[in-house]
Structures are given as structure tokens and as C-alpha cells.
Design a protein around this ligand. Structure first.
Ligand code: NOJ
Length: 584
């Protein structure tokens, strides 16, 4: 996830921060450090999210086809420790258990995604529709509705059918638009009588940049400076086509809504008195969120993208810009194809102007002429890229309101991770993160931003793409070492539950009480987990004894290495004490 040149100038930041931190932006009444006690509008929808590849497992069961992530993760060296989503949380087999968790939280909605190759193994409707896959989602939707939980369904959370990648080059090919439209149409036909909230694409920025520029994500292509723009172009067109399909064929009958979920970090100018930094920060956001939101709301790419990519392309001797263009017909077809906007948001960067000569070669990152910085004081409990900067959330939401005409917003992702090795269920840092981020969202609503719902990311610890299982985002801890993948509530479950039942933060006394109570309950979960993990370790040792050949490697990494290390440390300590004594 971490971009190569990011954070390179961290050490100069402290100095510059003194300049910028003193000021707040003018359209706010509450100081960014202050807490706002109050509640959300009646009917505000609270939820949690997940996605198919990250949680379902059952990668080759019941007629499911391969996705690009199945193939990518089975190649060596693509994911930390070569982990895969083959079984992940076994969500495919645990629908009832997971719905019980949703009920426990008393949620209004659940956001999940449909795996395209699970219901269309090759991605092509005329080839085959997999009824077993359809049944899985049918059951899930029905159970949610029986429990009064509204499904918010993402059609594409990155798992393109592998056949479409192999035959056509995936999102580098125009034909994806029609294939995606056929798939979406089938979903509307089969599930649309019950699903009223559709999200076409999840975080297309990642699909384009990590899938086709850096290659960190499937399909792992490094088509720098052109691949991501082409992929984004077809994704935007595919989104628009699906919106029109719904509008023309289904809306009057099904009365649902179709949106898209865009992720965006907030970009704050390092020096708010510098015009260059202000423009660089604006560019950062336009190249991120604006890349997709501007065509969808206004019909065309942000002017600044057209200018910068166009100029650099010319300097690189290209006859046309690496950023594709929309015809005027396409512009009007794409404009306004969003009934609600999904916003995924996790973190913020400080941005400063930095020129990259065109001779560096084509690249999305250098096209922007900026550098990203972080404040080393920002908390970062888990993922390397994820710093907790709550005030950035409110600014981003206000940016959306101003730029795109105050659209209806559902926050589709917001949350924080911890490291895999962390078995501490009393996740203070997550409670703090949710408290502050949700509070900034409340302030944004008071500013007039039209936020209708919030989705905490995520229900469970799960497969975190190229980071494998090394980062845990879940409200529920999943013990991946245990074949049954049991779930344990972290303290944040209790905390989030209180926010939901109070529809916000009624007063200071109560909110502080929630924290205390959550910490009380999590210590018993901690004990449960510790006992269970001891049992798993014992069972694993027994298995190793019975099955020495196949388990040799596991034994080396899980038992021999830690034991030898501990012995070495002990012996060194004894030796040191011995030397010291002799010396004295
Ligand atoms: C955004 C992605 O949509 C989601 O799948 C992922 O888990 C989060 N980022 C955290 O990295």
C-alpha cells in the first residue's frame, strides 16, 4: 500500500507543522481538537462491512470460477508469507454465525460484495450461471432481511473473473464494460426485488493504481502512467452503463439506488500560507477522489488532471495525452450517474509541491508534482499507511459537499487495523479511532453535509490483500490458526454498539462510561481467546508428532525457531551475568 516516495521527507515535517497546525479552516465553527456532544439525525443508518474475497474462502467450491485474486495469491512472492484467501474467515460456511454478530451489534445495514466468478464462473453470462453461487447470496440476503438488516451490495470488490483477464487483459479492454453490465443486470434480476442499495465499484482508485500501475494488487500489471488511466476510463464507463441499465430497466419496479464507493485520503497543505502547497493539496485530492467523482458528477475529468497529464505527455514526446478523453456524448451519458456516493476514508496526508521532470518517465505518481508527508506524532497502530487523523475526515466530507453539489453520502468504509501478532482484544486504539472519526462525521453533518449512513470497516479480521493476514481491521478477532476460524469480540464491539444505540454521543459522562464498560467485558474475551489458543497450540503439537513429514516446516517456524531463540537469549543472559560477576 505504501507508495515509494511517500514519507521521504518526514524529518522536515515537524518544523513546517508549526506553521500549519495553528490555523483551522474557515468554514468550521468547532475547533478541530474539540469533541462535539450530540446525536445523529433520526433514521441515520449504522452498519459494518466486508467483501467477498477477503472473507468468504471456499475459493474453488460449488462451481465457483477463478478470480484474478485467486490466481495472484497462488503466485509466490505477491502476498506477505504467500498467504491466500482460499479459506480466509470461511464466511461462505458461516452465514448464520456472522448474522448473529450483526444482530448483536443491532446494526441497520450490512455491506458485503458479490463475487462475480462465484455466480458467473467465466464472467460471461452466456457461458454459465452458477445457481449454487446465486443460492448462497439469496440465502444471505434473505437472512439479513429476516433480521431487519438492510443489505448494501457491492458488485465489484476487485475479484474479476480470471477468464476475462486472460482473454482480454481485464480492465485494459473495452469489452469489460459489456461483460460487467451483463453481470450487474443478472444481479438486479435475481436479487433486486430485495436489494435496494447497489454499489457498482469499490475503490476504483486501488483497482487502477495498485492493479495496473504498481502491480501490488491483482492482476499485478505495471503499466506505469498509462495502464491506470485506461483502467479508470473503462471503469467509469462501466459504472455509468450499469447505472443506466438500472435506471431504464429496473428502477421503476425495484425502486432502489445505484452508487459507487470511492476512497480518498484527505490532503492538507503543509504550509497553508503557500499557494503552491494549497494547489498541490488540491491536486492530490483531484487525482484521488476527483479522478472518479468529477466525471460522475460533472461529466469530465478534473481540469487539473487534464492539464498536468497532458503537459507531461507532450514533454515525453507523445502525440496525445496518456489520460483518455470522453466524447461530448459520453460526457452527458456519464454525468449524474450516481444516486448516492459511497465514501471510504481512513487517513490523511500533508502535501507539498514537488516538481518531477517529465524525463522521469510516465507515472501516475510523478504526474501529480507533489510529495506526501506525515506527522510522526499521528497514531499508527496497524497498517503502515494508516495514521489516525480524525479532523481530515470532516474536511473530506465538506470537500465532497462543496465540489459535487451536496450529494447523498453513505460512508462505506472507515476503520483502523492492528498488527497480526496483536492478540489484545481490549482495542483501546480502535475505540479511540471510531469515537473521533464518527465525531468528525457528526460535525460534518452539522456543517450541512448530507451523510445518511456509516459503515465501520470491518466486521471481521480478514485477508488484507497484499498484506495477507498481517493487518487486522475487524471489530471481531478471527483466530486464523484454528481451522474453524472462531470469532471473538474486541472491546470496540461494545463501544460501537453504544454509539449505535445512542445514535451518537449524548453527553460526556455516558461516553466515558461506555469506554470503561467495554474494557471490563473484553478482559473475559481475552481469557477465552488465550485458553483457546493454548488448546490450538497443544493440538498442533500433537498433530506434528503424528504427522512429522508434512509438518516439518511448521514445526521449524512455530516451535523450533522460537525455542532456540529463547534459549539463546537465556544463555547469553547467564553468560553475561557470569562475566559481570567475574569482573567484580
Ligand atoms: C480499502 C479496501 O476497499 C478494503 O478492501 C480494505 O480492507 C481497506 N481499504 C483497508 O486496507
Amino acid at each position: 500500500m505504501l507508495q515509494p516516495h511517500v514519507l521521504s521527507v518526514c524529518h522536515v515535517l515537524e518544523l513546517v507543522l508549526c506553521l500549519s497546525a495553528a490555523e483551522d479552516f474557515d468554514w468550521t465553527k468547532n475547533h478541530r481538537g474539540s469533541f462535539y456532544y450530540g446525536t445523529f439525525p433520526t433514521g441515520f443508518s449504522w452498519g459494518v462491512g466486508s467483501s467477498a474475497y477477503q472473507t468468504e474462502g471456499a475459493w474453488d467450491k460449488d462451481g465457483k470460477g477463478m478470480s484474478i485474486w485467486d490466481v495472484f495469491t497462488h503466485k509466490k512472492g505477491k502476498v506477505i508469507y504467500n498467504e491466500t484467501g482460499d479459506s480466509s474467515c470461511e464466511g461462505y460456511y458461516k452465514v448464520k454465525d456472522d448474522i448473529a454478530l450483526l444482530k448483536e451489534l443491532k446494526l441497520n445495514h450490512y455491506r458485503f460484495s458479490i463475487s462475480w466468478p462465484r455466480i458467473m464462473p467465466t464472467g460471461i453470462k452466456s457461458d454459465h450461471v452458477n445457481e449454487k453461487g446465486i443460492k448462497y447470496y439469496d440465502d444471505l440476503i434473505n437472512l439479513l432481511l429476516e433480521n431487519k438488516i438492510t443489505p448494501i451490495v457491492t458488485l465489484y470488490h476487485w475479484d474479476l473473473p480470471q477468464v476475462l483477464q486472460e482473454r482480454y487483459g481485464g480492465w485494459q479492454n473495452l469489452s469489460m464494460i459489456n461483460y460487467f453490465n451483463d453481470y450487474a443486470n443478472l444481479c438486479f434480476e435475481r436479487f433486486g426485488n430485495r436489494v435496494k442499495y447497489w454499489i457498482t465499484f469499490n475503490n476504483p482508485w486501488s483497482i487502477a493504481v495498485e492493479g495496473y500501475e504498481t502491480g501490488e494488487h491483482a492482476p499485478g500489471m505495471k503499466l506505469r502512467g498509462s495502464g491506470p488511466y485506461k483502467a479508470a476510463h473503462y471503469i467509469i464507463k462501466a459504472h455509468a452503463k450499469v447505472w443506466h441499465t438500472y435506471d431504464n430497466q429496473w428502477r421503476s419496479k425495484q425502486k432502489g439506488m445505484v452508487g459507487i464507493s470511492l476512497n480518498g485520503d484527505w490532503g492538507e497543505p503543509v504550509d497553508i500560507t503557500s499557494q503552491k502547497d494549497i494547489e498541490a493539496a488540491e491536486r492530490y485530492i483531484q487525482f484521488y477522489l476527483g479522478w472518479f467523482a468529477t466525471p460522475i458528477f460533472n461529466g469530465d475529468y478534473p481540469q487539473v488532471m487534464k492539464d498536468y497529464i497532458g503537459r507531461k505527455s507532450a514533454q515525453q514526446g507523445l502525440g496525445t495525452s496518456r489520460l483518455p478523453t470522453f466524447s461530448s456524448q459520453e460526457k452527458s451519458y456519464i454525468k449524474g450517474t450516481c444516486d448516492f456516493l459511497g465514501i471510504g476514508h481512513f487517513t490523511t496526508r500533508y502535501i507539498t509541491q514537488k516538481n518531477f521532470p517529465a524525463s522521469h518517465g510516465p507515472s501516475y505518481f510523478t504526474d501529480r508534482d507533489l510529495a506526501e508527508l506525515v506527522d510522526p506524532r499521528w497514531p499508527d497502530p496497524g497498517s503502515e499507511w494508516l495514521y489516525s487523523v480524525p479532523w481530515g475526515f470532516r474536511r473530506l466530507l465538506n470537500f465532497v459537499k462543496i465540489q459535487y453539489g451536496n450529494p447523498m453520502i453513505y460512508v462505506t468504509e472507515n476503520g483502523v487495523s492492528e498488527k497480526m501478532t496483536c492478540t489484545e482484544l481490549c482495542d483501546d486504539w480502535r475505540m479511540q479511532y471510531f469515537k473521533e472519526y464518527i465525531n468528525e462525521m457528526l460535525k460534518a453533518i452539522k456543517d450541512g453535509v448530507n451523510v445518511k449512513g456509516y459503515t465501520a470497516w470491518s466486521l471481521l479480521d480478514k485477508f488484507e490483500w497484499d498484506e495477507g493476514y498481517s493487518e487486522r481491521f475487524g471489530l471481531y478477532y478471527v483466530d486464523f490458526r484454528n481451522k474453524n476460524k472462531p470469532r471473538y469480540p474486541k472491546a470496540s464491539v461494545q463501544y460501537y454498539k453504544r454509539i449505535i444505540s445512542s445514535n451518537g454521543f449524548p453527553n460526556q459522562k455516558e461516553a466515558e462510561n461506555w469506554h470503561r464498560k467495554a474494557i471490563e467485558t473484553c478482559s473475559s474475551s481475552n481469557q477465552l481467546l488465550a485458553a483457546e489458543q493454548q488448546r490450538t497450540t497443544a493440538a498442533n503439537i500433537l498433530r506434528l508428532i503424528h504427522d512429522p513429514l508434512t509438518s516439518h516446516m511448521e514445526m521449524v517456524t512455530e516451535i523450533v525457531v522460537p525455542t532456540v531463540c529463547t534459549l539463546c537469549i537465556l544463555l547469553s543472559a547467564i553468560f553475561l551475568m557470569f562475566l559481570l560477576r567475574r569482573h567484580n
